[in-house]
Design a binder for this molecule. Structure first.
Ligand code: GLP
Length: 241
């Protein structure tokens, strides 16, 4: 794993956005894996600013998001579909029909999971996957203990993940208890991965990733078995390690 040290969150966002912009310019049909949460918002702002200023086009790319809450429809402001439209898709020239996110509001969640996995494979996989990390090492919504071979599946969210994400909801009770997520096996099939780690609260996770063993009790450690991972971490996350 290669590590790039960014000065701060702004710098991290700029480095990652520039990397994506270069890829999109070189490979207009890029299949890009996207993440939600607080960390990637700065990247999306940079992509929008660049699109407006320099005209980088996303017309031919296809995107696959990592995850979605079970029970939330796309128009729900806390759904990841809403997040992606709001923070990125509505502001660039991407074709919405080429943006894929698991549907959290379907009757048959199991068949949604296998259909999503098939869809990714039908597109011959993801070229570049952007990832954040949870304080407990989760990637996507793959909580500790998830099999490294897992494909897209339904998960019960841990109390700590629900608490960490409660800031986006009116109350903890409103945070869904389940989510659909790409599996660790799905993520590992991506040709290239960028892992974003920002802020002091992620220092422990970064430390465990760098110094700990490859172990299903720490989902992000699977990435050590991937040939092409770049970590972009800011000073606040790296300091003292
Ligand atoms: C959620 C998302 C993850 C994300 C994590 C960290 O649980 N499902 O994909 O990496 O939050 O979020 P943040 O970037 O807000 O710390």
């Amino acid at each position: 794993m290669k590590i790039i040290e960014a000065k701060d969150y702004q710098d991290l966002s700029k480095i990652a956005a520039d990397y994506i912009i270069n890829k999109v310019n070189s490979f207009p049909k890029l299949k890009l894996g996207l993440a939600t949460g607080g960390t990637p918002i700065g990247i999306y702002k940079n992509l929008i600013a660049d699109h407006q200023k320099n005209g980088t086009s996303y017309r031919e790319i296809t995107t696959f998001n990592l995850d979605e809450y079970v029970g939330l429809a796309g128009h729900n402001q806390n759904s990841y579909r809403y997040y992606m439209n709001h923070h990125l898709f509505d502001h660039i020239d991407i074709q919405k029909k080429n943006t894929f996110i698991p549907r959290g509001d379907v009757d048959n969640i199991q068949s949604e999971c296998s259909a999503y996995e098939d869809l990714i494979q039908k597109h011959k996989g993801i070229d570049l996957q952007i990832l954040g990390i949870g304080t407990n090492g989760h990637i996507g919504f793959n909580e500790p203990g998830t099999s490294f071979k897992s494909e897209t599946h339904v998960v019960n969210l841990t109390a700590s993940t629900r608490m960490a994400n409660a800031r986006y909801f009116n109350s903890l009770e409103e945070v869904p208890t389940r989510a659909i997520t790409m599996g660790i096996g799905t993520i590992m099939k991506s040709k290239e991965i960028i892992l974003l780690i920002s802020g002091e609260q992620k220092k422990e996770a970064l430390n465990r990733l760098l110094t700990g063993t490859v172990d299903e009790s720490f989902p992000a450690s699977a990435l050590k078995n991937h040939p092409y991972v770049t970590i972009i971490a800011d000073k606040a996350a790296i300091a003292g390690l």
